[in-house]
Design a protein around this ligand. Structure first.
Ligand code: ARG
Length: 462
């Protein structure tokens, strides 16, 4: 059994069950790259400040480089009794380079070490997720552009409400995912400060140079307060919140795709490559990918609630509870990446049933508001126009008409202001093209929005 790195004041050995319970190595080994990058930067700084000799620094750096190779080739033996990634690496480093390895932990603690590792990890992952979102945003715009002529019912309460362009619906999600992207950058910018150099909690007696370490690791600044640096995880909670919102948006879109793909709606068909069959019903083609993304939303929310609950009421500064931060973070990162990527692939291959969407777009009196608006242009106050239109609709339902087929004489029974123009005003095209307000669904406005959106993607990282 390896000797404990902190064993000096202990006379009894750790219970084996405690070793297992205490260890995080099974999952935090995922941070080996960040841990080694942090250690290298720390060693360079210790040398720059005269705390390590040139030889000691070089031995540490080449020893750490060799450890990366060993980990990546599967030669590195991770040990439970060495608890976590920090002590596993330091212990093997010391075994391989001797005395210099024991000096690496000067002016450092695992508390600031883990804080830097997790920030470095998350900054990398956030940038990957942001790229995946950019691909999704681009895909949405191409889909909107390619299907600009397709009209569908817009819904409220999942009841047909007013006709809209399919592109307009897609652009709504563009806006949501664009805000998600902004939330990620915003959270990354707050996370982008180096906590290393805070020591266990109080700072350090050594004359260190935190700016140098920050520069070496690519951090924009250094954190201000040593207690805060080692004890807060708000940056991770912020990420999990942003991730939860991404999943919430994906889950809504997936739900719509599932509904639209049903035989009852038949608005779209998801391609074979994003569906699966049934083991018993040979005719089935199930929207599993969309369903699973919808389902995995719960898992990401779970990670958020898990970390919020772990952090609740913890006294300053570091507490071992905080070791529980990693699994929810890892799980959320993996889940969001998979979901955004798969969702984008699914959207790229979706086929629209435009005639069916258009037919549904006119059904259920979706242009009734246009009739009311038309009456308003004839000087009928909107509330009265609403009442008259409601009565027209009631009459149509009772007598088997729609707004297209109702004879003019019947219309005129409800208001003498109505003339033959009513048929144009309540047509599908007129309804959609009439929505010319900024952000509305007429073609020129949707095209303009697509143009602005494409432009905004060009400097999304600026
Ligand atoms: N494995 C620990 C964690 O992830 C590292 C910090 C431990 N520090 C300590 N003093 N026990 O939180």
């Amino acid at each position: 059994m390896s000797k404990k790195m902190w064993g000096g004041r202990f006379t009894q050995k750790t219970d084996e069950k405690v070793d297992d319970f205490n260890a995080s190595i099974d999952f935090d080994k995922r941070l080996y790259r960040q841990d080694i990058a942090g250690s290298k930067a720390h060693a360079i700084m210790l040398h720059a400040k005269g705390i390590l000799t040139e030889d000691e620094k070089n031995a540490i750096i080449s020893g750490l480089d060799k450890i990366i190779v060993d980990i990546e080739s599967g030669k590195f033996e991770f040990k439970n009794e060495l608890e976590d990634i920090h002590m596993n690496i330091e212990s093997v480093l010391t075994d391989s380079i001797g005395a210099a390895g024991k000096k690496l932990h000067t002016a450092r603690s695992r508390n600031d070490q883990v804080a830097v590792d997790i920030r470095l990890f998350m900054l990398d992952e956030i940038s990957d997720i942001a790229k995946l979102l950019e691909e999704l945003l681009h895909t949405l715009l191409v889909t909107a552009e390619d299907n600009i002529e397709v009209v569908m019912p817009g819904y409220t309460h999942l009841q047909r409400a007013q006709p809209i362009r399919f592109s307009h619906h897609i652009l709504a999600y563009f806006e949501m995912f664009k805000r998600d992207h902004a939330r990620l950058s915003d959270c990354a910018s707050r996370m982008n400060a180096l906590p290393l150099g805070s020591g266990a909690l109080a700072g350090t007696t050594f004359d260190i140079d935190r700016e140098l370490v920050a520069k070496a690791l690519g951090f924009a600044s250094v954190t201000n307060n040593s207690l805060d640096s080692v004890s807060d995880r708000d940056f991770a909670i912020e990420f999990l919140s942003a991730a939860s919102i991404i999943m919430m948006h994906l889950s809504r879109f997936c739900e719509e795709i599932i509904i639209w793909n049903s035989a009852e709606f038949s608005f779209i068909e998801i391609s074979d490559s994003y569906t699966t069959g049934s083991s018993i019903m040979p005719q089935k083609k199930n929207p599993d990918v969309a369903e699973l993304i919808r389902g995995k939303t719960g898992r990401v929310y779970g990670s958020l609630v898990s970390l919020l609950t772990t952090m609740k009421s913890l006294p300053l500064a570091y507490n071992k509870d905080m070791q529980e931060d990693k699994e929810p973070i890892f799980d959320a990162v993996d889940t969001v990446k998979d979901c955004v990527e798969l969702f984008t692939g699914m959207i790229k291959e979706i086929k629209l049933n435009a005639p069916r969407m258009e037919e549904a777009a006119f059904g259920s009196f979706t242009t009734a508001t246009d009739l009311a608006d038309y009456l308003v242009t004839k000087d009928v106050p909107f509330r009265e126009a609403h009442e008259i239109t409601g009565k027209v609709v009631r009459f149509c339902i009772d007598n088997g008409y729609d707004l297209r087929s109702l004879p003019l004489e019947d219309y005129q029974k409800f208001s003498d202001k109505i003339d033959s123009e009513v048929y144009i005003k309540t047509s599908l095209t007129n309804s959609v093209e009439g929505k010319r307000s900024y952000g509305g669904t007429c073609k020129s406005e949707v095209e303009r929005q697509i143009g602005i959106a494409f432009e905004s993607l060009k400097n999304i990282n600026a």
